[in-house]
Design a protein around this ligand. Structure first.
Ligand SMILES: Nc1nc2c(ncn2[C@@H]2O[C@H](COP(=O)(O)OP(=O)(O)OP(=O)(O)O)[C@@H](O)[C@H]2O)c(=O)[nH]1
Length: 274
């Protein structure tokens, strides 16, 4: 990390083709509106911001869509710290694509938490999105061509617990209460808090793992001691006795024929195990 930089945040902008992803990114970074962008590759912008006294290097990746592919390339959102999903209010297909993108993001969050959480609970309460997400309905200035109502966007955002805003890269006066810069800054702040929480969780998990490997080492040592004691009680080449199983409600053949040894085994086990 460069000196003076406290955090690095990667924000991914995804959405269907021609919804204004580049126009919104450039509007945020330069406060200007540039009408035409011709690019078939992802555009990456880096800028250092001072937000709430923290120096944050923000990388914004404006994800390009393959001209023949109508789906949103959600896999690009992997390894990002925040995500902006864009659709155009004058294009219902782009709204549908945004819905699919949010569902795919949620599915990938769910897969991640399935690996270590209670699966039944996950089925009842779907996992929240794994990174902070904002849903932006762009081209608000094109009200006369509107195909998607603001309430539909709001409802969709509610369904996926993300922030929603109708904006216009072309005409900022059309944006909802917060300006575009306010929305992006809020998202970056949220991503920073998210990252800090995640680092804390990882550190705790790491410490717990160290603790359990120490326990494992101690457990191995106690098993070794038990084996040695059994060896001296029964002679080197004898097989260790089976422990009497209280669950089965009976004693093993070996234990009943050698009650003293079984008793010793149990007391040794109790004393030495951890
Ligand atoms: N009226 C209006 N037009 C917009 C707005 N934002 C973008 N546009 C126009 O929409 C078209 C597409 O804008 P881009 O920013 O290139 O959209 P994109 O999503 O990056 O496009 P792809 O890279 O093809 O996926 C351009 O002609 C822009 O001028 C807006 O807020 N209002």
């Amino acid at each position: 990390m460069k000196s003076g930089i406290q955090y690095q945040i990667k924000v991914i902008i995804i959405g269907a083709r021609q919804v204004g992803k580049s126009a919104l990114t450039v509007r945020y970074l330069t406060r200007r509106y540039i009408g035409e962008y011709k690019s078939h590759t992802d555009l990456s912008y880096r800028q250092v911001f001072c937000i709430d006294g923290s120096s944050i290097e923000v990388e914004i990746v404006d994800v390009s869509n393959h001209p023949e592919d109508t789906s949103v390339p959600v896999t690009r959102a992997k390894n990002s710290d925040a995500c902006v999903v864009v659709y155009s209010i004058s294009d219902r297909t782009s709204f549908k694509a945004a819905h699919e993108a949010l569902a795919a993001l949620q599915a990938s969050s769910q897969r991640k938490s399935f690996e270590d959480d209670n699966k039944e609970e996950q089925e009842i309460n779907p996992a929240p999105l794994s990174v902070p997400v904002v849903l932006l309905a762009n081209k608000k200035d094109l009200g006369h061509l509107r195909q998607v109502e603001a309430d539909e966007g709001r409802e969709l955002a509610k369904q996926f617990s993300c922030v929603f805003c109708e904006v216009s890269a072309a005409d900022p006066a059309e944006s909802e209460p917060e300006d575009l810069a306010g929305i992006f800054n809020q998202l970056i702040k949220e991503a920073r808090s998210f990252k800090i929480r995640q680092q804390d969780t990882n550190n705790n998990a790491h410490n717990n793992n160290n603790g359990s490997s120490n326990n494992n080492r101690q457990r191995k040592r106690s098993v070794y001691i038990i084996n040695r004691m059994l060896g001296s009680l029964m002679g080197r080449n004898s097989m260790p006795p089976e422990l009497p199983s209280s669950r089965k409600g009976g004693t093993s053949q070996m234990a009943s024929s050698m009650p003293n040894v079984a008793g010793s085994f149990r007391s040794v086990f109790k004393k030495r195990s951890v």
